[in-house]
Design a protein around this ligand. Structure first.
Ligand code: CP
Ligand code: NVA
Length: 310
């Protein structure tokens, strides 16, 4: 049994093996209807419970579609519909669900909640986003990057704007897979010291500047995320927008990256804030490949997590 909690828990070989499985399954489905079950139906008879303590469009739909394509079943809960939403403990929830389902995905608040769930669950637990990290998103991003560029190692990634959960998981992937990672963000929006120290201790090529133009120099891929994440307070929104407006990814900034650079965004996007519509909907954007690849990448994660059982 393998949990999927953070990118840094996996070796380069393991991450590449999961990506290879994602690539293989995507190719094998070419021309099939989205609802069709994969020929080998590896998770037939297995179930995934999903708990959402925050909203979701992509994570919810992609895990549901992916599990069905693998032949499995899903149970989807908003936490407000569960006793966990009125105070039942995480250890008890973990032990109860482990008696009933074969795997659990959770989108939650503090990272300690998923760590506690994983500690008490006797089935694989998958991180569908916490305030700290979003590893499933990064697996889909890596698949998208490989599709666009034919490789991952050695590609230069530029991250512009707010540095939150997606950034953190991307830094982990960049360090493990050997991608120079250039951050352009103002003070107060840069990654916290712990992840910077981890990256440097593990030989990462991490460059941090307050100048977005300098950050995108030589980039093969420019990325950003919404400026107001689900864990940010609504009353901070206007200040964050004002502080981050100089970091908007627009055509002028994209022109400073490599001419064949791609643009990625985990979505949901806010046109006119972190990126312009011109960039989000422009020829360098691969945002909808990225969204689709959530299905393929997470199918590979599910197979990897449940491989001891199947
Ligand atoms: N990118 C992503 O995780 O989207 P959702 O919040 O819609 O799941
Ligand atoms: N940083 C964003 C990612 C959404 C998928 C958030 O946490 O809201």
């Amino acid at each position: 049994m393998t949990h999927f909690l953070d990118i840094r828990d996996f070796s380069k070989d393991e991450l590449l093996a999961i990506l290879a499985e994602a690539r293989r399954r995507k190719a094998a489905r070419a021309g099939r209807t989205k609802g069709a079950v994969d020929d080998d139906a590896p998770l037939a008879g297995y179930s995934l419970a999903m708990i959402f303590e925050k909203p979701s469009t992509r994570t919810r739909t992609s895990f549901d579609a992916g599990m069905r394509q693998l032949g499995g079943e899903t149970l989807v809960f908003n936490s407000g519909d569960m006793q966990i939403g009125r105070g039942e403990s995480i250890p008890d929830t973990a032990r109860v669900l482990s008696r009933m389902v074969d795997s659990i995905m959770i989108r939650t608040h503090g990272h300690e909640r998923i760590l506690e769930l994983a500690e008490y669950a006797s089935v694989p637990v998958i991180n569908g986003l916490t305030d700290l990290s979003h590893p499933c998103q990064i697996m889909a991003d890596l698949q998208t990057l490989e599709e666009a560029k034919g490789r991952i190692e050695g590609l230069t990634i530029a991250w512009i704007g707010d540095c939150a959960n997606v950034t953190r998981s991307w830094i982990e992937a960049a360090v493990i897979l050997g991608c120079p990672f250039r951050i352009g963000a103002p003070k107060g929006y840069q990654p916290e010291d712990g992840i910077i120290a981890w990256a440097r201790e593990n030989g990462g090529d991490l460059f941090i500047t307050e100048d977005p133009a300098e950050a995108v120099r030589g980039a093969d891929c420019v990325m950003t995320d919404s400026w107001i994440s689900m864990h940010h307070k609504p009353e901070e929104a206007q200040r964050r927008i004002d502080d981050l407006m100089p970091y908007q990814v627009n055509a002028a900034l994209m022109a400073r990256a490599k001419p064949d650079a791609i643009f990625m965004h985990c979505l949901p996007a806010h046109r006119g804030e972190e990126a312009t519509g011109e960039v989000l909907d422009g020829p360098q954007s691969v945002i909808f490949d990225e969204a689709e690849n959530r299905v393929h990448a997470q199918k590979a994660i599910l197979v990897h997590a449940l491989k001891g059982l199947i």
